[in-house]
Design a binder for this molecule. Structure first.
Ligand code: GTP
Length: 308
């Protein structure tokens, strides 16, 4: 866009354009001083920011966020080009007296667009920082991500996501020799649970088994439901005994659980374990071995584990 006229006219026109923008614009110096605060953003989704002028990032933000923002400014100046990144901020992150009391109640997500300013006006290098509120889009993305990765009944990962993690674990095993085991779990005589206590009770049992398994896992372990009454666990450990110990605990905890509505219902699971092997060609080999081991557990009377 070309604006004709004198420098003052140009300045006034640019100032009018900027003041009409729905985003929030800051001019921030390399040391983190707010030297300008511009824009007329919607006060229902942006905190009042005019009073930030003259303050510093360090005085209004928690140390960790401040450090991150200073690094972004530094990086923008060093690269001498636009930086785009996303961040979340809530009212409680910001420590300054606001001119108005209206403010968004929940945490907001922003896209920051940061560009270097080639001017000596501020006594040190500076950037223009455009903060665009993208909360609505972000929440929708998070919701879609959740729906595409989570099994709605058990709340654990779904088949697709679990296979994707299994692929990652297999890659890490091949590349960095970090070993894992894969455990395939199936509720015993589940058809009978449905037939005797009803489908609703069957669904609750699936949920319960997921919850019990999750309670026994480490943070690095990954649980998912393949569908029906079948679950998978990726257990990251170099020690094969560790997977066996986990299977033993899972057998025990599921078997010991009681059902408040149906005290006569007792659940158990059978488990097949496959340890990753150097000659595994792909995750199908790992899954197949776990499936064979699971079949062996069923044949051995259920409520037990077998490994391959
Ligand atoms: N309640 C409920 N039942 C399901 C669901 N998905 C599959 N099922 C039922 O789960 C049962 C699975 O049975 P199987 O695993 O084949 O056999 P099982 O009775 O568990 O016997 P074993 O596995 O040999 O111990 C079938 O009756 C399915 O109809 C679900 O989402 N909810």
């Amino acid at each position: 866009m070309e604006i004709k006229g004198s420098s003052i006219e140009k300045y006034e026109e640019y100032a009018a354009i900027i003041s009409a923008l729905p985003d929030l614009l800051f001019v921030l110096t390399m040391s983190g001083r707010y030297v300008e605060v511009l824009g007329q953003p919607d006060s229902s989704i942006y905190l009042e920011a005019k009073s930030l002028k003259g303050k510093t990032l360090a005085s209004v933000l928690p140390a960790q966020i401040c450090q991150h923002f200073l690094e972004i400014i530094q990086q923008t100046l060093e690269n001498d080009k636009l930086t785009v990144f996303e961040y979340s901020l809530g009212d409680d992150d910001l420590n300054y007296d606001r001119l108005t009391s209206s403010q968004p109640s929940a945490r907001q997500r922003f896209e920051g667009r940061i560009a270097p300013i080639h001017s000596a006006r501020y006594g040190e290098p500076a950037v223009v920082w455009v903060a665009r509120n993208i909360t609505e889009r972000y929440e929708l993305e998070q919701k879609l991500k959740y729906q595409s990765e989570i099994d709605h009944l058990s709340g654990s990962l779904n088949r697709r996501k679990l296979f994707s993690h299994l692929k990652d674990a297999f890659y890490t095993f091949g590349r960095y020799e970090q070993n894992s085991s894969f455990l395939l779990l199936d509720i015993d005589n589940f058809k009978r649970v449905n037939d005797t206590f009803g489908h609703q009770c069957g669904d609750n049992s699936i949920r319960k088994v997921a919850e019990l398994c999750q309670s026994e896992l480490r943070q690095t372990d990954i649980l998912g439901r393949f569908g029906g009454d079948e679950f998978g666990i990726i257990h990251k450990s170099d020690d094969t005994q560790s997977a066996i110990a986990l299977a033993r605990r899972l057998n025990r905890i599921v078997c010991a659980a009681t059902n408040e509505t149906y005290p006569e219902l007792s659940l158990s699971i059978s488990i097949g374990i496959s340890h990753f092997k150097a000659d595994d060609r792909n995750i199908d080999d790992i899954y197949k071995r776990a499936d064979e081991a699971l079949y062996r557990s069923k044949r051995n009377g259920r409520n037990t584990y077998s490994s391959a």
